[in-house]
Design a protein around this ligand. Structure first.
Ligand code: ADP
Ligand code: MG
Length: 290
C-alpha cells in the first residue's frame, strides 16, 4: 500500500469526523463481511430514561436507596435512575460500599441495607426470585424497554422500566449495509426480548443478548469464524474487549477514554453515519492504491 493514499484517506476521514487510529483499518474496512453492533449507546442514543416503576415491597424506599447507590456508577442507566430520583426530590445518601459489576449492574450498602441493582442476568446470578414480576417484565421488554431490578437484602423490591430510543441514523445504516451484502448482528448485555424488539425494528436478524463483556468477545469470535472479516461498533461501555477482539473496532458516541484506546477507528460525531463514511473512505483509498 502506498503511504500517500493512506495519508490522504486518513486526512479526509479527520475532516469528516472519522479518526483512523490505525492506517490498516482504512485498508481493511472495505473487506468486512459482517458488522456487529453493541445495542445500548450504539444503536440506541445512550441517554436512557426511567419511564415508570413499581415497588414490590410497599414499605421500602427502593428508589431512594437504588439511586443513592447508582450515584457512584458511570453507566448511563445509573444516571437515568439518579435523574429520576432527583426529579422526585428524593434525598440521596452516600453509600457505605459500592461495587460495579460490568455488564450487569451494581452492588453495595446504603443505610445499612444490602442492595443489588441491575439486569435480570444479575438477579438470576444472585438467586433473587423474579417470579412476582413476570407480567411487568414481559410488558417492559415487549415495548423494547429494559427492566431494571432492585433487590434489598436479597429480596426483590422494585422494577423500573428504562427506555433508550434508537438513534435516528441506525435504520438507514443497517439498510445500507444490507444492500452492500454486508451482514449485521447485535450483541448486548440487555434482556433478550428487549434486544429482539430493537433488532426487529432495525432489520437485524442475528442477536446475542444477555451477555457480559467476555460474552461479547465470544460472540465476536464465533461470528468472525462463521462469516469472515468483522467490524465491531460499540460505545466502549462494557464492550471495550469486543472492540479490541474485532478485526476492526469502531468506537461511537460517548468517546470514553477506554473506547478510544480499544478502537481502530473513532467517530467524533454523535451519530452512526460515520460508519458509512468509513466504508466509502476505505473503498476510495483502496481504489487509489490499486
Ligand atoms: P449493552 O451491551 O446493550 O451496551 P451494557 O453491557 O452496558 O449494555 O449493560 C447491560 C445491562 O446491564 C444493561 O441493560 C443494564 O440492565 C445492566 N447494567 C449495567 N450497568 C448497570 C448499572 N450501573 N445500573 C443498572 N443496570 C446496569
Ligand atoms: Mg453499550
Amino acid at each position: 500500500a502506498t503511504p500517500t493514499s493512506i495519508m490522504v484517506g486518513t486526512g479526509r476521514g479527520a475532516d469528516e469526523g472519522v479518526l483512523f487510529r490505525q492506517g490498516s483499518a482504512l485498508q481493511q474496512i472495505e473487506n468486512a463481511r459482517i458488522v456487529v453492533f453493541d445495542k445500548t449507546g450504539t444503536l440506541t442514543a445512550g441517554h436512557p430514561e426511567v419511564v415508570s416503576w413499581e415497588a414490590i415491597q410497599a414499605d421500602d424506599d427502593a428508589l431512594m436507596l437504588a439511586a443513592s447507590l447508582e450515584q457512584r456508577s458511570e453507566h448511563p442507566t445509573a444516571q437515568a435512575l439518579v435523574n429520576y430520583a432527583e426529579a422526585q426530590s428524593k434525598p440521596l445518601t452516600q453509600p457505605e460500599s459500592f461495587n460495579a459489576l460490568a455488564g450487569l449492574g451494581v452492588e453495595g450498602k446504603v443505610d445499612g441495607r444490602t442492595l443489588l441493582v441491575g439486569s435480570r442476568t444479575l438477579m438470576d446470578e444472585q438467586s433473587v426470585a423474579l417470579d412476582s414480576t413476570q407480567q411487568q417484565t414481559q410488558t417492559i421488554e415487549r415495548n423494547g424497554q429494559t427492566p431494571l431490578y432492585v433487590a434489598i437484602d436479597g429480596q426483590l423490591a422494585a422494577v423500573f422500566s428504562v427506555a433508550d430510543p434508537i438513534r435516528p441514523s441506525a435504520k438507514a445504516l443497517i439498510k445500507h449495509l444490507a444492500e452492500q451484502n454486508i451482514r449485521t448482528a447485535m450483541v448486548t448485555g440487555d434482556a433478550e426480548a428487549t434486544a429482539q424488539k430493537v433488532a426487529k425494528e432495525l432489520g437485524i436478524s442475528d442477536v446475542v443478548a444477555g451477555v457480559k463483556p467476555d460474552g461479547k468477545v465470544a460472540a465476536v469470535e464465533k461470528l468472525q469464524a462463521q462469516y469472515g472479516k468483522l467490524i465491531f461498533v460499540g460505545d466502549g461501555i462494557n464492550d471495550a474487549p469486543a472492540l479490541a477482539a474485532a478485526d476492526i473496532g469502531i468506537a461511537v458516541g460517548t468517546g470514553t477514554d477506554v473506547a478510544i484506546e480499544s478502537a481502530d477507528v473513532v467517530m467524533m460525531s454523535d451519530d452512526l453515519n460515520g460508519v458509512r463514511n468509513a466504508f466509502s473512505l476505505s473503498r476510495q483509498t483502496m481504489r487509489n492504491i490499486r
